[in-house]
Design a protein around this ligand. Sequence first.
Ligand SMILES: Cc1ncc(COP(=O)(O)O)c(C=O)c1O
Length: 438
Amino acid sequence: MARASGQRHDTRLDRYVNHYADRAMGLRASAVRSLFSVASRPEVVSLAGGMPNIVDLPLNVVAQAMDSVVMNQGAMAMQYGSGQGEPFMREKICEVMALEGIQAHPDDVVVTVGSQQALDLVTRIFCDPGDVILAEAPSYVGALSTFASYETDVVHVGMDDNGLQPDALRAAVAAVKASGRQAKFLYTIPNFNNPSGITQTLERRRELIQVAQDLDILIVEDNPYGLLTLDGDPMPAMRSMEADRVIYLGSFSKTFAPGFRVGWVLAPHAVREKLLLAQEAAVLSPPVFSQYAVAAYLDQHDWKGQIVSFRDMYRARRDAMLQALEEFMPPGTEWTHPAGGFFVWLTLPEGLDAQAMLPRGISGRVAFVPGNAFYADGFGTRNIRLSYCYPTPEKIREGVRRLAAVMNQELELRDTFGLRGNTGRRQIDHGAPGPNVQ
Ligand SMILES: Cc1ncc(COP(=O)(O)O)c(C=O)c1O
């Protein structure tokens, strides 16, 4: 694959195969996207996708907001804008972040094309090929794709039911140091982790910040789901406890709508400056019309009330999934109990392999994402991510029933032919640094 190794091979005929940068040769379709076409067949219940359920958004309100933007501010809204994002948008973003205890100045915010682009910019300014990123395990597949596209090495850090483990973090940092390298940052999703649904407790957040201070680690806090809490109030963000070494990523994709592609980064001054330069190089300015549209929606609609109704809708779906799992899952299956967000993380009974089971799942008319999509190092084969955000509660129940039927068939095969190699430990227990630490 690398240039030095001579002729490159690709799976398709591509006359440009020898022209690409090495980083382009490493790009892979995400497992979630590959599943999209089968999972969206009408006969399949998809517990695979993580699309926010925005059918309850009042479209008349959104239409009015759009209308007022075009009629009253059209010439500005359709122009190029500030590379950092429009000042009014950055002010609103600070109001949103205040709901999770963050005191921030609009000058320290850079608006991005979704938080996905924030991940890209952060990786771009910090990482050279071969650099190490510490990432909690399991981690958001889109972040792993971005990290791979910059040819970084991901070293996973284990979680337990209270989130990322401080001891595992210390061990991972020590192992990276012993290999003569430095971890550029720690990537974490403290609220309702995608894919596991696990949330860092307050105590855990404090401990992790202490470790970061002791070991001089920069934290990238990715928080698209924090306001979608289903039990109780939102937790204080890590950034609200430590301003100097936390880079915070936020998004309107889950609390309003993903199609506008408005997200942001809040970063310490010097980092903000680099992010801004990188943003200008990438897109000149983030989409101005989207920022006007989102700001008009926030001004003209009870957006906090809308988040409360999103929470009620997701809670009914989460409860339907947990009830169905309780009712249908075979013995030996474990799952998380998310207090918010979109996902439940299932650990299959010993001997079952999620990737191998997927085609049988699709034949059984249920789709899910095998857990290894959420690890950079091949772990997670005994796990699957189930999302409850999109289907109705009835569909969720039916999907879980079908999944249990597929698992029961797999268990029969296992019992007839014996364990097929996947005796894996509970793979969320990623306490030791991954095999890619040399
Ligand atoms: C943890 C996490 N981070 C970032 C994103 C990207 O979101 P967006 O680019 O729409 O803001 C997602 C989307 O699902 C996510 O789950």
